[in-house]
Design a protein around this ligand. Structure first.
Ligand code: PEP
Ligand code: MG
Length: 763
């Protein structure tokens, strides 16, 4: 007999000594699950009104469900026990008609279920439940024991039930938390946190043997087929939304899945007695190490793909990927370390309201895809325990780079209102599409868009962009599995130029390094932001630059609206070298019979030396574009992707004001057109300052164009000039912001500019 009466007596005594109701119930479920050797033990208590039951304590179900899961009497198995006042013992609870699945609890993997009513003087107090993985009912012995325990606990829990204090205690048990990350994609979304990565990773698999190799082989084949199928359907579904080069990633995965090394390797280890999981781990390790040994950085990087594939097969073997099927049919926030394109493809897009990633940065693949699909995303969120918060309500605020777990009802309501309002304002702003971005005192501002994925072309045009101010060409390189060929690049660039023709498109040459890494060309440096970045990298890898420039020029020969933009210029000889390469490429194309009109050539001002050398650089360029992200980063020595110092990163720092004014003055003197790209052009407070300084061309993400246009159409530049005057005397960014924020507030915006006025019809 495994539950001696003495143990029960000591448990009841221990409980009687515990004062705190939450601790008391935790002790009960914890000790009972140990005593009965079950995966789950939970207590549901009646509300004081007795019409429903609330999960008051659990060992095994998600802790975030405590205090939040509520079932009416007669609802679900628990409600039925309460209604009938009789025990229920089932081999497979999910297949019972009375079962209702409550996503917060994560009880899907459990089958056997035993629940007994908790009574005191024939009055219902609650329900005590145990659950387990096996598909067989609990023994009569277990049932008798649980009924005995319940009768002992009934009177103790009755006291709790009567004073009702436990309710506020358990409901406070999952406090709301706010976590900061870095911006992934703008917008706000809320839903339930759904983890896309399994808890068990391939590296956790320990040696284990099987006595049934035939079954293990068939399980492995099924798992392999499921992953193949999933990729087929995923690439099909996302293919509509993403450019063809993204689907190239799927192709690499498919090739790996078909490789005989993988399937034969696993099957032969299973024949030798290894379990399917252990055989898989060993085979994947062997395959990955072969790639890792390679000197070729491209081949080396493939080991990551092999692990990715191995993990997906493991998930299927462990049936964890059932999670996609089991995901509740309601808005979801997907969480994980990094969410791959394949993971995203597994969920219906309309259900994904946001992404929370514990690693990655603004330019990670996940962020790029989220931007293209319009899904709010926060990257690099530190300190958040996603696993412990499965099923919790989460708000993703991509505008503030924050996520909020278990928001109180009031905050949730506020955010929902914000989302509705944002949708309404966005719909409302569509009417501005063909109206000029012109201030009330007739200052014209040209609004261009920043883009990178071809899928981005339509939003820019739909939102009234007057051209592309920054085409980040590294993005097609980042979603490719090797350096794209000249022909592939030519096709991509031609599509972008064609989509915008005759509007101008400033295409930036490859800007990798720093936070922008190519999966197939690893650059390991101790200080990557001061290393092989942008033009330094491409000039040293001349062949890459020549190929890219040829592809751009060929597209330009057809469309005629290309402007070449060169990133990270810090020296005069760099721009001279680029011009030579461009000229040589044009001559070579001419020899091949392709006559290319000379495109304008401009440079980014991101490095302080470029700003200071502007007069010396001017003879070699036709225009400049201020990269406010990097210029702020290098001027203030603050890494824009590091959450520890991101509070010091502000485009409105007084040093930036000096720099921005100096750049514009010099450009005017030299007759060089100047524009500004970078996030500053999406920040309404900063835009007021930029208009006052005199910037008349801004490039920003398509998503933000309508809001910024609305703002421009609501102000008079003349009213902003006295504020700029005062800003020149400020010593920190908060003082400068405090000068411009009241302008927004007077126009009905929120002070930080995140919320435009509800009624924008005046503009
Ligand atoms: C910038 O630095 O401001 C910029 C637009 O370039 P990126 O963000 O791509 O580095
Ligand atoms: Mg930059």
């Amino acid at each position: 007999m495994h539950h001696p009466l003495s143990t029960l007596t000591s448990l009841v005594e221990q409980i009687a000594r515990t004062q705190d109701p939450t601790a008391m119930m935790s002790t009960i479920v914890q000790r009972l699950s140990e005593l009965l050797n079950v995966e789950v033990c939970s207590i549901y208590l009646c509300t004081p009104e007795r019409d429903s039951l609330i999960l008051a304590a659990t060992q095994g179900l998600s802790p975030t469900a405590v205090g939040h899961v509520q079932l009416a009497v007669n609802e679900g198995l628990v409600g039925n026990i309460a209604g009938s006042l009789s025990a229920v013992n089932l081999a497979d609870a999910p297949s019972d008609d009375r079962f209702v699945y409550i996503p917060e609890t994560h009880e899907m993997p459990y089958h056997r279920f035993l629940g007994v009513p908790l009574l005191h003087l024939r009055k219902l107090v609650g329900v005590l439940v145990i659950q387990g993985h096996q598909r067989e009912p609990f023994s009569e012995e277990d049932e008798a024991f649980l009924i005995t325990v319940a009768s002992q606990l009934g009177s103790t829990l009755y006291q709790l039930h009567r004073d009702g204090e436990w309710m506020s205690d358990v409901q406070d048990a999952s406090p709301f938390r706010r976590y900061r990350g870095v911006k992934g994609a703008p917008g706000v979304g809320c839903g339930r946190l759904w983890l896309v990565h399994p808890q068990l990773s391939l590296s956790d698999i320990k040696p284990s043997m099987t006595s049934n190799p035939a079954q293990q082989k068939s399980d492995f084949i099924d798992a392999l087929d499921s992953v193949k199928e999933e990729l087929e359907s995923g690439s099909g579904r996302l293919g509509k939304h993403l450019p063809s080069d993204v689907s190239a990633l799927f192709h690499v995965y498919k090739l790996m899945l078909q490789s005989p090394e993988l399937s034969d390797g696993v099957k032969s280890l299973i024949s030798e007695g290894a379990s399917a999981e252990w055989a898989l781990k060993q085979t994947i390790d062997t395959m990955a190490s072969m790639f890792e040994k390679s000197d070729d950085p491209y081949m080396k990087a493939r080991s990551e793909d092999i692990y990715n594939i191995g993990q997906r097969i493991l998930n299927q073997l462990l049936e964890r990927d059932q999670q996609v099927l089991e995901a509740p049919d309601e808005p979801l926030i997907l969480g994980g370390e990094l969410i791959s394109i394949a993971d995203l493809a597994a969920f219906p897009q309309e259900r994904i309201q946001g992404l929370v990633c514990t690693s990655g940065s603004t330019l990670s693949h996940t962020a790029i895809v989220a931007n293209a699909l319009g899904i709010p995303a926060v990257m690099g969120v530190e300190g958040v325990e996603l696993e412990q918060n499965r099923g919790a309500k989460v708000i993703v605020d991509g505008n503030r780079a924050e996520c909020i777990i278990n928001p109180p009802q009031a905050l949730l309501g506020e955010y929902k209102r914000m989302i509705d309002q944002e949708n309404r304002v966005m719909r409302d702003l569509e009417r501005l599409r063909n109206m000029p971005a012109e201030t009330l005192d007739n200052v014209q501002i040209q609004l261009l868009t920043n883009t990178g994925l071809l899928a981005d072309a339509t939003p820019g045009l739909e939102r009234g962009a007057q051209g592309v101010g920054l085409y980040r060409s590294e993005i097609p390189f980042m979603v490719h599995d090797s350096f794209p060929t000249e022909q592939e690049q030519y096709r991509i660039y031609r599509n972008v130029l064609k989509a915008y023709s005759p509007l101008p498109v400033s295409m930036r040459t490859l800007d990798i390094g720093g936070d922008k890494q190519l999966p197939y060309f690893e650059i390991n440096e101790s200080n990557p932001y001061l290393g092989w970045r942008g033009i330094r990298f491409t000039l040293d890898n001349t062949q890459l630059l020549v190929t890219q420039v040829r592809a751009m020029l060929r597209a330009h020969a057809e469309c005629g609206n290309l402007k070449v933009l060169v990133p990270m210029i810090s020296r005069v000889d760099e721009i001279i070298a680029v011009r030579e390469i461009l000229e040589k490429a044009s001559e070579a194309l001419k020899r091949d019979g392709i006559e290319v009109p000379r495109p304008q050539v401009g440079m980014m001002i991101e490095v302080p030396s470029a700003m200071l050398l502007l007069p010396k650089l001017a003879p070699h360029i036709d225009f400049v574009s201020v990269g406010s992200n990097d210029l702020t980063q290098y001027l203030l020595a603050v890494d824009r992707n590091n959450p520890r110092v991101s509070n010091l990163f502000d485009n409105m720092h007084p040093a930036m004001l000096v720099a921005l004014e100096q750049i514009l003055d010099t450009c005017r003197r030299l007759g060089l057109p100047a524009s500004l790209c970078g996030e500053m052009a999406s920040d309404p407070v900063a835009v007021l300052m930029l208009i006052a300084i005199g910037y008349d061309t801004l490039s920003l993400s398509a998503y933000n164009i309508p809001k910024i246009k609305l703002l421009i159409r609501s102000v008079r530049r003349a009213d902003l000039l006295p504020l700029l005057d005062k800003a020149r005397d400020c010593t920190d960014e908060s003082q400068i912001r405090a000068l411009f924020e009241p302008v927004l507030v007077n126009l009905g915006w929120s002070a930080d500019g995140r919320q435009p006025p509800q009624d924008s019809s005046a503009a």
